[in-house]
Design a protein around this ligand. Structure first.
Ligand SMILES: Cc1cc2nc3c(=O)[nH]c(=O)nc-3n(C[C@H](O)[C@H](O)[C@H](O)COP(=O)(O)OP(=O)(O)OC[C@H]3O[C@@H](n4cnc5c(N)ncnc54)[C@H](O)[C@@H]3O)c2cc1C
Length: 418
């Protein structure tokens, strides 16, 4: 079953196909086929092409430099790009456009929109996410990074951790405590903080796949202007949750295409390794096929909501749970298929980034090994599986809430620990 689109949308589909024919290199076989260096160059050039054609933030209003596309046009664009294995944005744009840009449009003042949105599209501001702290991950509301107003500036002190792509960003959105005398969720503000200042230190953390993907960020008397609070003072919990909805809902409609391409590689690998007749392998193939189909149908569900103009809500946790566990299982199973070869990781390694692999990724042991490592943290970032299950239970299914000791102020809760 495929969704039925209005007849007139075919015209827009052909327009996008024409755009891709015009701008993609003639030998294009998907971003996954590019070696790491060519990939970075392609991302940068492609971002400019998209921006010049008003397709970088296709659903943003035209007055803010977006494409002003209707929901259905946006969906068609995503589909056609995904089919050809072409990125819909630049490298940090998941944070810049997908998360903070959308959240600024939802919560920002006119001045904030006018200042930040063009800077995001021009690439003047490249963003990263300063939520997690050593003592505040799942229990994010427990965060201890403090911001105090001094004249026209916020003075910020604290530590953030696991800050993805922090090394390539010049702006960080920070959840900071601005009132310690109220319950923990009520004293947080969402601050927009420049990173190019002496009070911000970024230290890389090397992950299991040998990549410096994420960082620690130390804020020591870091400053940002008073007006850089997004969505109102002490309203950071609501603003921060709007952003998490975008983070968890991202790619719901096209992710299954990428997992399908990877599963085709998995089946080819089973054949190559002479294991396609093994009953246990066949059982795995059937399970993975079913799960990718479920993702496709869930994508259509998300698409229906999107076309109806609804924002991603707590339901996006279901999708996040589903793809992260699927990906952990399929990559682990690929390691079993590869056997001893999985210890050496032969062949080209072009695999990059978290989440689903890119279309065109070569079917090498090196790429499967890399996918295996990258899939592991999938059940942790953007909220752990246990936390997603709590969200689904409480906010989607309406089950009784987990008991919480949130009664007193954040300050009292800190002294109670000691
Ligand atoms: C690859 C990667 C990239 C990341 N990028 C960023 C980023 O860019 N910016 C950012 O701010 N953060 C980022 N994070 C951090 C991520 O959001 C946190 O790791 C995550 O929220 C979990 O927090 P924690 O690591 O402190 O674990 P903890 O919260 O300490 O959890 C430890 C364990 O306890 C379980 N647990 C905790 N609370 C409950 C509960 N109430 N019920 C049941 N079980 C519970 C958890 O599920 C987990 O298994 C990233 C993480 C990873 C792995």
């Amino acid at each position: 079953m495929d969704p039925t689109y209005p007849v007139e949308s075919q015209e827009y589909r052909e327009k996008i196909q024409g755009f891709l024919d015009e701008y993609l290199p003639s030998n294009w076989s998907g971003i996954g086929a590019l070696d790491p260096e060519s990939r970075v160059q392609f991302y940068s050039d492609w971002r400019e092409t998209l921006r010049d054609n008003k397709l970088l933030a296709p659903n943003w209003p035209a007055e803010f430099g977006g494409g002003g596309l209707t929901h259905i046009e946006h969906v068609i664009l995503n589909e056609e790009f995904a089919r050809r294995g072409v990125p819909t944005s630049g490298l940090n744009d998941g944070f810049s456009i997908g998360m903070v840009g959308n959240t600024i449009l939802a919560w920002g003042s006119d001045e904030q929109k006018t200042h930040f949105i063009p800077r995001i599209l021009n690439g003047d501001d490249i963003w990263c996410q300063g939520y997690s702290e050593p003592d505040a991950g799942s229990d994010l509301a427990n965060l201890g990074c403090k911001a105090e107003l001094d004249g026209d500036e916020w003075i910020i002190n604290g530590q953030k951790i696991w800050t993805s792509a922090g090394q390539s960003a010049n702006m960080i959105f920070v959840l900071a405590r601005t009132d310690v005398d109220v319950p923990k969720h009520k004293g947080i503000s969402f601050l927009l903080v420049p990173m190019d200042q002496p009070g911000v230190e970024v230290r890389a953390i090397t992950n299991i796949g040998r990549q410096d993907h994420f960082n620690e960020v130390f804020l020591t008397d870091a400053v940002c202007p008073k007006e850089n609070v997004l969505g109102g003072l002490n309203n950071g919990w609501a603003v921060g949750n709007t952003l998490l909805g975008y983070e968890r809902g991202v790619g719901a409609t096209t992710t299954s295409l990428r997992y399908r391409a990877e599963l085709d590689n998995y089946i080819a690998l089973a054949q190559e390794m002479g294991k396609a007749d093994d009953p246990l392998v066949r059982q795995d193939i059937a399970t993975f096929h079913t799960q990718v189909e479920i993702m496709r149908y869930r994508g259509m569900q998300a698409l229906t909501r999107y076309i109806a103009g609804q924002q991603p809500g707590p339901e996006s946790s279901i999708g996040k749970l589903f793809w992260s566990h699927y990906h952990r299982d399929v990559t682990e199973s690929a390691m079993h298929l590869l056997g001893a070869e999985a210890m050496v990781g032969m062949g080209d390694e072009t695999r990059a980034g978290l989440g689903a692999p890119d279309i065109g990724t070569p079917n090498t042991a090196a790429n499967w090994m890399s996918s295996f490592f990258i899939a592991r943290p999938g059940t942790i970032y953007a909220g752990t599986s246990e936390v997603q299950r709590n969200i689904v239970g409480e906010r989607v299914l309406g089950l009784p809430k987990e008991p919480r000791a949130d009664g007193g102020s954040w300050k009292e809760s800190q002294s109670a620990y000691k």
